[in-house]
Design a protein around this ligand. Structure first.
Ligand SMILES: Nc1ncnc2c1ncn2[C@@H]1O[C@H](COP(=O)(O)OP(=O)(O)O)[C@@H](O)[C@H]1O
Ligand SMILES: [Mg+2]
Length: 511
């Protein structure tokens, strides 16, 4: 047993893939019993570094010191034996099997013996679940679980092997806000039990909420390590991006003035096939020059609201007007032609054709506006120029007009949809979860684009479950709960507590 305060020390870790340098030089010290956030933009090297620690990759240089002793972690079994467990970004569970079966799959069998008896296995799983106070049923089939529950199974799987150092690779990227809050509580409880946690995220709120210390990686180098309470969000963002970052939006700006209504919803109502109300008589108005933010916990009708306005989902009652014209019966294409821009929350599914080229995807809603159509034919030269411009302005990495959009990373695919819809300069921009899946540099750019769309006199309807985003960008805030608009507030009179209570149906949070 050592009394070293550091459970893990990394010195000068380097790793390349072919001629791509993923890690140039990383130093990291993780103290025993702390929650240490590792943050950095997409591609900074966070996953590569942690994969080295669990024996998935071997480093090209540097030292790993665990409990005061230099170690070589040649494969994942060695990592487990050393007490290092990792929950990966992509889940590894078998959906057709139960929670208990997944917990004791593979290498765990060695430790606990093969369970010939299903009951014994379920009992052992139950003990583990109770021990960590996770809300899980050992006999439930994994395919029936929510994403948040699956993640808890993954965490438990790592803990079942008595990991003393638990690595969580961007666990919150796939979670809804209430699930994120649950996970943050789980992380805090692991610390109370003396586990050490390395938590990867690039969300500053999460860094602040749960970590003791934070290390920033940028382009394969460790840039800084701070005690979390001693560092501002602005400083962390600057270390991540390498320059000052402004995610402040409209705060402190003078009162703005608006024109007439450009989008009007009157009594918009949707019921599902079972007759349940999904949207209950929605009345809303977005004025020229205004950002109207819709705040709400995911799943309270926001998706249906966006799709109803875009023309993707029929409404049972009510009407929708765009710049004064009734578009209720119009098709998606007619609404686009009338001046509606739409950035859906599920951009990869709804917004792109993945086997078509980036240029073709960029053109999809822009043929007329950019004159890329001449006598019925696409003008390739103009289309490429238009696409190159979008690639540059949105910093879409790895992109060329002719390659299939599906070859880009998720974050970069999202930027293609954003570049396309902002390029249209639509009279009304309907934008859902605009920064979900984007890193800070890209988020800053999206913020500035949303604000400048409004400054140009367009109306923006912003749907977001990130309260900080709603507050940064909105002139007015409408809170949606269970398919109803609870209240519409001027930003100046709204505070996070009031909005949070309305998001919860008007009730104060109960434990
Ligand atoms: N197996 C691999 N082959 C080639 N390049 C890789 C591989 N894994 C990661 N990279 C590259 O290494 C860099 C760091 O990636 P990664 O560690 O996944 O970053 P992060 O987790 O911080 O987003 C990126 O440029 C990525 O494209
Ligand atoms: Mg990663």
């Amino acid at each position: 047993m050592t009394t070293d305060e550091n459970i893990l020390v990394l010195k000068g870790i380097a790793k390349r893939f072919g001629d791509k340098v993923a890690l140039e030089h990383v130093d990291l010290q993780v103290r025993r019993g702390e929650v240490h956030v590792l943050c950095g933009e997409n591609g900074a090297g966070k996953s590569t570094l942690m994969n080295i620690l669990v024996g998935i990759h071997s480093p090209d240089g540097g030292q790993i010191i665990l409990d005061g002793k230099g170690v070589t972690i040649a494969d994942p079994l060695i990592a487990s034996a050393l007490g290092i467990g990792m929950v990966h970004q992509h889940f590894t569970l078998v959906p057709s099997m139960s929670v208990a079966e997944n917990l004791f799959l593979g290498r765990h069998i060695r430790r606990y013996g093969i369970f010939s008896d299903r009951r014994a296995m379920n009992e052992r799983a139950r003990e583990l679940i109770d021990n960590y106070k996770f809300a899980l049923d050992p006999e439930a089939r994994v395919s029936t679980l929510s994403v948040g529950q699956r993640q808890r199974v993954e965490i438990l799987k790592a803990l079942a092997f008595e990991a003393k150092l638990l690595i969580l690779d961007e666990p919150t990227a796939v979670l809804t806000p209430p699930e994120v809050d649950e996970l943050l509580k789980v992380i805090a409880s692991l610390r109370e039990r003396g586990r050490t946690v390395v938590f990867i995220t690039h969300k500053l709120r999460e860094v602040k909420a749960v970590s003791d210390r934070v290390t920033v990686l940028r382009q394969g180098r460790s840039i800084s390590t701070h005690i979390t309470t001693d560092v501002s969000e602005e400083d962390i963002a600057r270390d991540m991006v390498g320059r000052d970052v402004f995610l402040t939006g409209r705060e402190g700006q003078p009162e703005r003035s608006f024109g007439g209504a450009v989008l009007e919803l009157d009594n918009v109502t949707i019921t599902n096939s079972a007759g349940r109300l999904i949207l209950d008589s929605i009345d809303l108005e977005v004025r020229a020059g205004e950002v109207l933010g819709i705040a709400g916990v995911d799943g309270n009708g926001q998706t249906e609201l966006a799709e109803a306005i875009a023309g993707l989902m029929p409404i049972q009652a009510g009407s929708i007007r765009l710049a004064g014209d009734d578009i209720t019966a119009d098709t998606v294409a007619e609404r686009q032609a009338a001046g509606l821009g739409f950035v859906p929350e599920d951009r990869l599914d709804r917004g792109l054709s993945s086997d078509m080229s980036i240029a073709e995807n960029m053109a999809a809603t822009n043929y007329e506006r950019y004159g890329v159509l001449r006598k019925g034919y696409v003008d390739r030269g103009r289309l490429n120029a238009f696409t190159e411009d979008g690639i540059k302005r949105f910093d879409i990495r790895g992109a060329k007009p002719k390659i299939p959009v599906g070859t880009l990373s998720g974050g970069n695919m999202q930027k293609v949809v954003l570049a396309r819809e902002f390029a249209r300069d639509p009279k009304v921009l309907l934008i859902s979860q605009p920064t979900r899946g984007l890193d800070i540099g890209a988020s800053e750019f999206v913020y500035s684009q949303v604000l400048s769309a409004a400054d140009k006199g367009n109306g923006v309807l912003l749907i977001s479950s990130e309260l900080s985003e709603i507050f940064a960008l909105s002139d007015r805030i409408a809170v949606i709960y269970s398919g109803r608009i609870m209240q519409v507030l001027e930003r100046n009179e709204a505070d996070e507590e009031t909005v949070g209570i309305l998001m919860n149906g008007g009730k104060r949070q109960v434990a």
